[in-house]
Design a binder for this molecule. Structure first.
Ligand code: SAH
Length: 463
């Protein structure tokens, strides 16, 4: 982050604009909207500035710029087309530690103007750090549609009741949850429809009902295979509303960065064959947090119900009468297959697809080989890296051709994704020679041949 976005309290502060042309007109407007007292120094003024001056809204110093002009100002903007003047303004302001912006000249700025969405008291600011003001403006247009002007009314309502709610709900988590529900529910709909009095009435009512809602809740959320862009909208929203997030190793740091900043984050470090916290303790932990009235997101890699022990976690909740929801995620099989260009089914090659675990128990693998080693079926093997040799040998022993294509996809969907392809006969050796990294997924079947043609994502590395 090259610039720290801050909201500057400008009301009644003295601001200087150097230059009197079109650009100065725009900057004057912006500064005046934020309540700044604007002085313009310029030999001439464009018509709109003349009018503001004649109405007494701005002060005009009718002269060329001199460095001492910046004395006493809290903010300086240079909007002239003369580079030498811009440099003088910048130096004069810098020498006096006054924030300065030279329009369209990032190297002569100690601050920059963002693209602004003004729904006061809600204000959103977007900046590209000077890299592309046009892109920042395009993004502003997108966000403007997400934040319609009526949000101003909703924000005013929230402001009006802020203290009342603070006194009525002392617990900060519960209070935040009250606001989350209020600002998205019926009250919000009324305020956004311009029915502010009814909205206020409904808000007071729900404040009185609050005692009935003091139980926590658990959301068992699938975080997808790694690329944060593959999160569902619901997963993202719950992550941003959670009081507590309980997560494990498969949830990437890029995804954890999207969790609400002040949510408590508890790592339970579950790994392929070794669990930092035993499953029973994770189940207990979730139930205890919910009993304390907090909203927990249990974030799991991929989909919580595919080799994720999601079922066990909610059994405990169910038994203790705790409310919960399950949010599906993109499982590693779909994510890795898509990003490796390997369709899991294909009219010519595979009419079915089986997801199996390759997890070793006491060093051996126990699979229903007869059902797996059949033609025209794709196999996706989770947790299959360690037992890869045994899996390939087992499939060959039960009738699969040794030449059947197979692939190992490491860290699928992330920027570190790596795909190794081969056959049942040679993939284990190829993997052993490469530097293999978890998590890795194995795909076996004729469809793997398509990778050659369809790979589209990142670096393709065929061993
Ligand atoms: N619930 C998860 C699976 C958990 S089991 C899901 O639905 O995806 C853990 C196994 O998932 C790993 O051993 C690996 O085989 C697979 N896996 C998860 N994420 C992966 C990724 N990004 N790339 C490759 N394999 C992955």
């Amino acid at each position: 982050m090259d610039y720290l976005p801050l909201f500057f309290k400008l009301s009644a502060q003295a601001c200087l604009i150097v230059g009197g042309g079109e650009v100065a007109v725009r900057k004057t407007e912006t500064l005046r909207q934020a309540g700044g007292n604007v002085t313009v120094v310029a030999p001439q003024l464009a018509q709109p500035l003349r009018e503001l001056h004649s109405q007494g809204h701005i002060v005009w110093l009718e002269k060329p710029f001199a460095p001492s002009d910046v004395d006493g100002f809290k903010l300086v903007v240079s909007a002239t087309s003369e580079h030498s003047v811009n440099v003088q303004v910048f130096q004069a302001a810098q020498a006096r530690n006054i924030p300065v912006n030279v329009v369209d000249c990032p190297e002569l700025c100690s601050f920059i103007f963002p693209a602004i969405i003004d729904r006061s008291p809600i204000v959103a600011a977007i900046s590209s750090g000077g890299a592309s003001p046009v892109l920042a403006k395009l993004l502003r247009v997108k966000l403007e549609t997400l934040i319609p002007p009526e949000y101003a009314a909703l924000a005013r309502l929230a402001q009006r009741f802020r203290q009342t709610v603070k006194q009525a709900i002392v617990n900060a988590d519960l209070r935040r949850r009250f606001w989350q529900d209020t600002l998205q529910g019926e009250v919000a709909e009324l305020a956004l429809a311009g029915r502010e009095d009814e909205a206020a009435h409904r808000l007071v009512q729900s404040l009185q009902e609050i005692d009935a809602k003091k139980t926590g809740m658990v959301f068992l959320v699938g975080a997808g295979p790694g690329d944060p862009d593959l999160l569902t909208l619901r997963a993202l929203r719950l992550m941003q509303e959670a009081d507590v997030v309980v997560y494990d190793r498969l949830v990437s740091p890029d995804i954890m960065r999207l969790v609400r900043k002040d949510a408590e984050k508890i790592y339970v470090g579950k790994q392929n064959s070794h669990h930092t916290l035993p499953q029973s303790q994770i189940n207990r932990l979730l139930a205890d947090i919910a009993h304390a009235g907090r909203r927990v997101v249990r974030l799991k890699g991929g989909d919580p119900f595919i080799f994720g022990r999601g079922g066990e976690e909610i059994e405990t909740l169910m038994a203790e009468g705790i409310h919960f929801q399950v949010v599906p995620g993109i499982t590693a099989a779909s994510g890795c297959a898509a990003y490796a260009g390997i369709p899991l089914t294909h009219r010519d090659y595979a009419q079915s697809c089986a997801f199996v675990t390759g997890h070793l128990k006491d060093g051996t693998i126990d699979l229903e080989w007869e059902r797996l080693a059949v033609p025209k079926q794709t196999l996706v093997i989770y947790m299959g890296l360690q037992g890869l040799g045994q899996i390939c040998a087992g499939l060959i022993r039960h009738g699969c051709p040794a030449s059947l294509p197979a692939a190992l996809i490491q860290q699928g969907t992330t920027r570190h994704q790596r795909v190794l392809t081969g056959t049942l006969a040679d993939l284990p050796d190829k993997v052993a020679q490469a530097d293999s990294k978890a998590p890795s997924l194995v795909i076996v079947g004729e469809v793997v041949k398509l990778h050659e043609k369809l790979a589209w994502f990142g670096q393709r590395q065929n061993a």
